[in-house]
Design a protein around this ligand. Structure first.
Ligand code: SAH
Length: 391
C-alpha cells in the first residue's frame, strides 16, 4: 500500500468498501486520512489551544485484535460469512479485511468451509431456525493467544467433538474455544450462556507492561498498538509524582488506572458496568497491584459523593463514551480541585462541549493531541491535558 503524501486517493481501496460501510475514509491514502483527522480535531478543539500532531500508525492495517463475522445463506443456499451492510441485516461476504487481524480472518473463513462436512447449519433470522449465528475471534497481540467463540442459537451441537478436533488441527494457534448460546431474537451478538469447549475460556494480553484477562464478553481496546501510545501519552502528561491520588473515571476494566498505579500513591476507579468492574479488580490482583480500588456506579454520582465526603484528588483521568461526560461530573471534579485532568475522548464534539464547562470552572486546556486508533474509519480519538488555573 502506498502512503506517500503526493497521492490523494488510495490505489488499493477495499473492494467491499461501498457495501460494507465500515471504513468511511477508504478512498484516502493513510497520510491524507491523518490530515483529515488533524483538521477535524483542529476545527472542534482549536479554540481551546494548539492541537499537536496526530500520532498515526506505522503500519495502519490489520490492527483489529477482535473480529466478528455474521453467518447466513444466500438465496441459492450457499453459506456466507461477513459483516452486516451498515444499517441493515444483509450480510456482505468478507473473508479478508484490511483492518482485521489476519489470523482471525483465516480462522473464520476455515470455519465456514468446514460447516457442511460436519452438518453444522447456519441460523436463519427470518424463522429462527439453524445453529451458527456468529463467530467471534480475539487475539492477544503480545501473547499470541487466540480465543474463538462460536455463537449459536442452541447448545445442541451433535458433531461438536469431531468439529472441535478438526478446527484445532487446522489452527493449532487457537488456545481456547467457547460456545456461546444466544437463542434470542436480538441484535446483540453474544448471549448469556457460555460453554467452554477447549482451553480455559479466556485469553490474556499485555498492555503497558501489565497482563489483562480477556473473556468473550469483556471490553478491551481493539487497537492495542495505538492504545499503548495513547495511555503512555496520557500518563506522561499527568506527570505523577508517586504519591498522587488518581481517579480513573469511566475506567472499563481498569487499564488506564492500573497502568498509572505504579507512579501513583493510590488509584480510585469508577465504572458503570459491573462486570467490567469485576474484571478491573481481577486485573489489579493478577498484576499484584495493591493501591487501586474500583467501584461500580455512575461516574457523576460517584464524584459528587467524593466531593461531599471532602475527599481530594490530584489527577483525574476520564475516558467517557461517545456521549461525553455530564455537568454533575465536571462540577464535582471542580469541587475535588485536582491539579490536572486528562480527558481522553472518542468524540471531539462532546469533548469540546465538556471542555467549555471545565473552562467555566477554572480548568484550562494545556495540551491537545489526537491519536489515530481506527485507521480507515472516520473516528477521531483525542487526549486533552487540563490544569487548574483558578484558586
Ligand atoms: N477507559 C476504559 C474504557 C473506556 S470506554 C478503556 O480505555 O479501556 C467508556 C466506559 O465508560 C465504558 O466502559 C462504559 O461502560 C463506561 N460508562 C458509560 N457511562 C458511564 C457512567 N455514566 N458512569 C461510569 N461509567 C460509564
Amino acid at each position: 500500500m502506498s502512503t506517500t503524501s503526493n497521492k490523494r486517493t488510495n490505489p488499493d481501496a477495499c473492494p467491499h468498501a461501498a457495501r460494507c460501510g465500515g471504513c468511511q475514509l477508504q478512498n484516502m491514502t493513510y497520510d491524507r486520512q491523518l490530515r483529515w483527522k488533524q483538521n477535524l480535531a483542529e476545527q472542534m478543539l482549536g479554540s481551546f489551544g494548539r492541537v499537536e500532531k496526530i500520532i498515526g500508525m506505522d503500519e495502519p492495517t490489520h490492527y483489529r485484535n477482535k473480529v466478528q463475522a455474521a453467518f447466513g445463506r444466500t438465496r441459492d443456499g450457499r453459506i456466507i460469512s461477513g459483516v452486516y451492510q451498515s444499517g441493515t441485516h444483509r450480510i456482505v461476504p468478507v473473508d479478508e479485511c484490511m483492518t482485521e487481524d489476519r489470523t482471525a480472518d483465516a480462522i473464520i473463513a476455515d470455519i465456514r468451509r468446514m460447516l457442511p462436512a460436519f452438518r453444522v447449519t447456519v441460523y436463519d433470522e427470518r424463522n429462527g431456525t439453524g445453529f451458527l449465528r456468529h463467530v467471534l475471534v480475539k487475539r492477544g497481540f503480545s501473547t499470541g493467544e487466540v480465543m474463538v467463540v462460536l455463537v449459536a442459537a442452541t447448545d445442541r451441537f451433535p458433531t461438536k467433538k469431531p468439529f472441535v478436533k478438526a478446527l484445532l488441527e487446522k489452527h493449532p494457534e487457537i488456545t481456547t474455544l467457547v460456545l456461546n448460546v444466544n437463542s434470542k431474537d436480538t441484535n446483540l451478538v453474544l448471549g448469556e450462556r457460555e460453554i467452554v469447549l477447549y482451553g480455559n475460556g479466556w485469553i490474556e494480553d499485555t498492555l503497558c507492561g501489565l497482563t489483562f484477562r480477556i473473556s468473550p464478553r469483556s471490553f478491551y481496546q481493539i487497537n492495542p498498538i495505538q492504545t499503548e501510545k495513547l495511555y503512555d501519552l496520557a500518563i506522561s502528561w499527568a506527570a505523577l509524582d508517586g504519591e498522587s491520588t488518581v481517579v480513573d473515571a469511566y475506567c472499563g476494566i481498569g487499564t488506564i488506572g492500573l497502568a498509572a498505579s505504579r507512579k501513583a500513591g493510590r488509584v480510585i476507579g469508577v465504572e458503570l458496568n459491573r462486570s467490567a468492574v469485576k474484571d478491573a479488580i481481577a486485573n489489579a490482583r493478577r498484576n499484584g497491584i495493591t493501591n487501586a480500588r474500583f467501584y461500580a456506579g455512575d461516574a457523576g454520582d460517584f464524584m459528587r459523593a467524593m466531593a461531599e465526603d471532602g475527599m481530594k484528588a490530584d489527577v483525574v483521568f476520564m475516558d467517557p463514551p461517545r456521549a461525553g461526560s455530564s455537568v454533575t461530573f465536571i462540577e464535582s471534579v471542580a469541587t475535588l480541585q485536582p491539579k490536572k485532568v486528562v480527558y481522553i475522548s472518542c468524540n471531539p464534539e462532546t469533548q469540546a462541549r465538556d471542555l467549555a464547562v471545565f473552562a467555566a470552572h477554572g480548568y484550562r486546556a494545556m495540551r491537545i493531541r489526537p491519536v489515530d486508533m481506527f485507521p480507515w474509519t472516520k473516528h477521531v480519538e483525542t487526549v486533552v491535558l487540563m490544569s487548574r488555573v483558578k484558586d
